[in-house]
Design a protein around this ligand. Structure first.
Ligand code: NAD
Length: 433
């Protein structure tokens, strides 16, 4: 079945925001779905962690701090050493809240299934994003509440799987909180809430940047198979990370989507390439992208993202409206509006990563599920569409992007099979599939 564009919804949604004055995406933490059974504070909420790296370990600690009666009871990772170091850190920092005996520590590609079969209430999905659609689908099938790190997919087949899982999660009254953390930052919520309330008039354009230096690389060891090498260096392979526009700059894409009321763009045109980071140890991903998103009503968003050493870095969002401009530079705490409704944020700065879990666990306790699923899927797909356009050199409509058949996953998940490195995508040569 072909997926419909959200263009038709655009006018009515903007109208709704304008006439009701409700900041749909800024004022609410997430969309509430139907009520589920409340869970009394006396009942322990058991958490399983899938993907025990930096973010997964951080998220597990935040889950354990979010509620007085939570325990981490099961863990899964592709690699035993990652699981072991995560577990020892969590045990040290969360005395009495970690109960993961050897029989509930699972390793390998199918380890996630074992966690889902364990007696857990909430699962944290924090592997590289190439696995996310499958892990999300299975988590929903197993009826677990979910904290789902960003991004949620690396290609359109994955996006479609995520959409189906989100629909199913709503039917099952599951809470689904996404790791688009800025949506849980008080300062960003105040700024984007005002934009959606009309404080800068109609949003005409957004200019967003995620320009940073390079990130980690793990030199290949002689005894590593192709699969081990790629999994240890997941960032540099599109089947695992989606490329850095999807893995990292998706935060900026998510804020672009937020500013436009979470509608999808009409079409996408992008440039990109691999200019500095071009040795084989960097797999086949790009080191820079520039994307133009065209929205209904002729508005545009411009995204620049780069991972190169020795260049000027910037991670900010500038939302240009018909009566003012909203500047957001989260990490430097700049949140202001210039124009008719001049404003500057003077409220509290919360720990957005903690707030994500506070809201998730409170929603589970109250039996009032929150579900970030639709917008998390839309933002992820917008980033994927930017990559598709840059890789192929083509202008790509949203309809084409969401219906793409390009599936980046390997033929099977096993440690010993050869896994070749795809050629670096060449605009004008690489075909859109
Ligand atoms: N919201 C944020 O600000 C934020 C920050 C950092 C990372 N992230 C996201 O969190 C995710 C993880 O990133 P990270 O920095 O923790 O990476 P990481 O490499 O530190 O951790 C990933 C872990 O997943 C494990 N893993 C890989 N495949 C697996 C599989 N099939 N089953 C089980 N475990 C598997 C790896 O062995 C590793 O331990 C990514 O999607 C990333 O984009 C989000």
């Amino acid at each position: 079945m072909k997926h419909k564009s959200k263009i038709q919804e655009f006018t009515s949604r903007r109208e709704f925001i304008k006439t009701t004055g409700i900041a749909v995406a800024g004022g609410l933490f997430a969309t509430k779905t139907l009520n589920a059974e409340p869970i009394p504070a006396s009942e322990t909420l058991k958490v399983g962690l899938i993907g025990c790296g930096g973010r997964g370990t951080g998220a597990a600690g935040q889950a354990l701090a979010a509620d007085k009666n939570v325990k981490l009871t099961a863990m899964a990772d592709a690699f035993e050493d990652r699981l072991t170091s995560s577990l020892s850190g969590l045990e040290k920092n969360n005395p009495g809240k970690v109960d993961v005996p050897p029989e509930r520590r699972f390793v390998g590609f199918n380890a996630f299934k074992k966690v889902l079969e364990s007696d857990i209430d909430v699962v944290i999905l924090a592997t590289p994003p190439g696995f996310r659609p499958q892990h999300l689908e299975e988590s929903v099938k197993a009826g677990k509440h979910i904290f789902c790190e960003k991004p949620m997919a690396v290609d359109a087949p994955g996006y479609r799987k995520v959409l189906a899982a989100v629909a199913e999660s709503k039917k099952k009254n599951l809470s689904l909180v996404a790791g688009f953390c800025w949506r849980y930052s008080n300062a960003e919520r105040a700024a984007f809430g005002r934009v959606l309330d009309g404080a800068i008039g109609d949003v005409r354009a957004v200019y967003a940047t995620y320009n940073t230096g390079p990130i980690w690389v793990h030199p290949r060891k002689p005894d590593w198979s192709d699969m081990q090498w790629q999994m240890r260096n997941w960032y540099y392979f599109t089947w695992l990370s989606g490329d850095h526009i999807v893995e990292q700059a998706v935060h900026s894409v998510d804020k672009i989507a937020w500013a436009f009321g979470d509608v999808s763009p009409v079409k996408v045109m992008a440039h990109g390439g691999r200019q500095v980071r071009n040795e084989p140890k960097y797999g086949h991903i790009y080191d820079h992208f520039e994307v133009v998103y065209e929205f209904p009503n002729n508005a545009r968003a411009f995204l620049f993202c780069r991972q190169m050493p020795g260049c000027s870095n910037d991670n900010s969002d500038h939302i240009m409206g018909s009566t003012g401009v909203c500047d957001v530079t989260g990490f430097r705490r700049i949140h202001r509006i210039i124009g008719e409704n001049a404003w500057s944020y003077d409220g509290d700065y919360n720990n957005m990563y903690q707030t994500e879990h506070d809201k998730l666990f409170a929603s589970i306790r109250r039996g009032e599920p929150i579900n970030d699923g639709d917008r998390m899927a839309n933002s992820t797909m917008m980033a994927i569409a930017g990559r598709m356009s840059a890789y192929t050199g083509q202008t790509i409509t949203w309809e084409e992007a969401v219906n793409s058949e390009k599936d980046w996953s390997p033929p099977s998940y096993s440690w010993d099979q050869p896994v070749s490195v795809p050629p670096v995508a060449m605009p004008g040569v690489t075909q859109f599939v």
